[in-house]
Design a protein around this ligand. Sequence first.
Ligand code: NAD
Ligand code: TYD
Length: 352
Amino acid sequence: MKNVIVTGGAGFIGSNFIRYILNENKEIKVINVDKLTYAGNLENLKGLENNENYVFEKADICDKEKIEEIVKKYDIDTIINFAAESHVDRSIKDPTEFINTNIKGTQNLLAIAKNAWEIGEDTYKEGVRYIQVSTDEVYGSLEKDDPCFTEKTPLSPHSPYSASKASADMLVKAYYDTYKFPVCITRCSNNYGPYQFPEKFIPLIMNNCLKHKNIPVYGDGSNIRDWLFVEDHCEAIYKVTLNGRLGEVYNIGGHNERTNLQIVKKIIAYLHDNVDKEITEDLITFVKDRKGHDKRYGINPEKISKELGWSPKTKFEDGIVKTIEWYLNNQEWLDNVVSGEYENYYKKMYNQ
Ligand code: NAD
Ligand code: TYD
């Protein structure tokens, strides 16, 4: 791995990954390819502008000419595809961009990389690799007592978002099965940590608490997510990029299942005790449930643990405090990202 494209590097996980990999490996060059949608923010990469090993290229992963040009210009040998429309609620309102970016964009990257790296039939330049960053949501929903998702769990996506991610995964796998194109797929559970856009649950709770606004909890708050600190996800992706077996899927998760109500109460309790006595559970407001709301996600990470020696380093109790403190210390960042388009989005989604 020498010249790496990270797509979607101005988003939540992509920006954390770029910081992580530049710190971990001083021998590589990272080219951040991002379209800068509402979710992409170059402020997430502040401080890296003068890093010699980092370059930003504004581009849409669906743009054939531009991506071809970038792959050639930097002699790319590794592509890690984070770029996506990533919010389930937006996909329910309008799936169009999810099909474009998540499916067609992935296909565009695969076709360009195959063309650039192929040296004969089913053979490719030494050391080249394509990593698809996917999600546990492609497996669908678990009941309370079901065993966790393994890599063998059949795909059964329910939202337009997860259906688009599952389609992309199948295309990536098809490139391996058909052309022996060197790929790996990672499927991670819900991430939390710095730089997450406040349309997602945890930063939305933070933003609303700090502004003494009601916190919309869908349904009765009993839905379960399996939360992983973003840096642990970054380490797992790095390990898969270095040593993952080609054609394989790796589930990533930290055995950390919580109900939404547990999450919201935990954050309120911390803020109440440490920051502002006016932040109380009275802010919790139960609202109409999300359409097709998946009941529970839970990851079995045994494969990545056994094959690549990965396990999460951050306990939830520590990670959530780090996260809360980060948002408290970066309220300017939060205020900047919730101005403009976010306000219109919030009004549309929550009628407030
Ligand atoms: P995000 O929405 O915060 O960031 C997405 C980034 O992709 C943004 O910077 C955006 O500008 C960019 N982008 C969107 N469309 C693009 C296009 N057509 N061309 C180039 N760039 C484009 O998302 P995230 O939460 O950081 O998620 C990153 C990846 O990880 C996604 O593929 C997502 O499916 C996956 N994932 C996310 C989670 C999670 O909890 N957030 C969990 C598992 C997997
Ligand atoms: P989210 O952060 O959107 O991630 P995902 O849907 O991909 O898991 O939501 C996490 C959980 O929180 C999910 O069960 C939906 C719920 N939720 C709310 O109850 N209220 C909200 O305002 C949001 C955004 C999410």
